[in-house]
Design a binder for this molecule. Structure first.
Ligand code: BG6
Ligand code: MG
Length: 219
């Protein structure tokens, strides 16, 4: 990579830990359908769209439903999920996120949010972060779920930056794969045993700044 011009952030599990609320809502649905759903199973639901998440969940429970029934189940899960996120406050922004984004702004780096969630704008409003992004591409604006690269390619296009100058921040296996499919550099937020394909993995943004990012990617 010769230069970094844009940073593209996933939302759930990167900026806020909404992954835990998704998990609780899916677990509640699994319980209603009478099967167990573990934290480990939940990895398969991270980063992918609501309906793909539901398909993965039903696969774990070895259940099948009509499309109409599936829409009702997804709606039910979303109702419980929205109950959690309407209680969110800026205190739930993960450690170091704002500080890191501020170092990007100081360095004139373009910033996008690229999330599969249809609740992204609601969450950004809850945590007062709508104004941090030059571009927001969420689940209402894309057709294909990660690992399809659509959400990242659309973000780069709207920012007016070529994919090779973008760095994606992702917590999901499907999201890292989507970044790779978009031919973008990427940083995994989590652990390297799960995010095996990420260019670089870190636990959190705490004490991380633009100079460190540059040192890693600019050769
Ligand atoms: C992603 C989450 O960001 O959004 C997934 O990682 C979730 O777990 C997906 O299924 C869709 O979210 P929503 O809010 O539209 O149901
Ligand atoms: Mg995520």
């Amino acid at each position: 990579m010769t230069e970094i011009e844009a940073c593209i952030f996933d939302l759930d599990g990167v900026i806020v830990d909404t992954a835990k609320y998704h998990y609780l809502a899916w677990k509640r649905l699994a319980k209603e359908l009478d099967f167990d759903f573990s934290k480990n199973d939940n990895e398969q639901l991270k980063g992918v769209s609501r309906m793909t998440s539901l398909d993965n969940l039903l696969g774990i429970g070895k259940l099948s439903f009509s499309q109409e029934e599936k829409l009702k189940l997804a709606e039910k899960k979303n109702f419980w999920y929205v109950e959690y996120i309407t209680k969110m406050t800026p205190e739930e922004i993960l450690p170091g996120v704002i500080e890191f984004i501020n170092t990007l702004r100081e360095n004139k780096i373009k910033i996008a949010l690229a999330s599969a969630s249809k609740n992204a704008v609601k969450i950004l409003n809850q945590i007062n972060m709508m104004n941090y992004f030059d571009v927001i591409i969420d689940g209402t604006k894309v057709k294909e779920a990660k690992p399809n690269p659509e959400v990242f390619l659309k973000s780069a296009e709207e920012l007016g930056i070529e994919p090779k100058y973008c760095v994606v921040f992702e917590d999901a296996v499907a999201g890292i794969q989507a970044a790779i499919n978009a031919q973008m550099n990427n940083v995994g937020i989590g652990t390297s045993d799960i995010l095996t394909k990420a260019d670089y993995v870190m636990n959190s943004f705490e004490n991380f700044n633009f100079d460190q990012l540059r040192k890693y990617f600019i050769k």
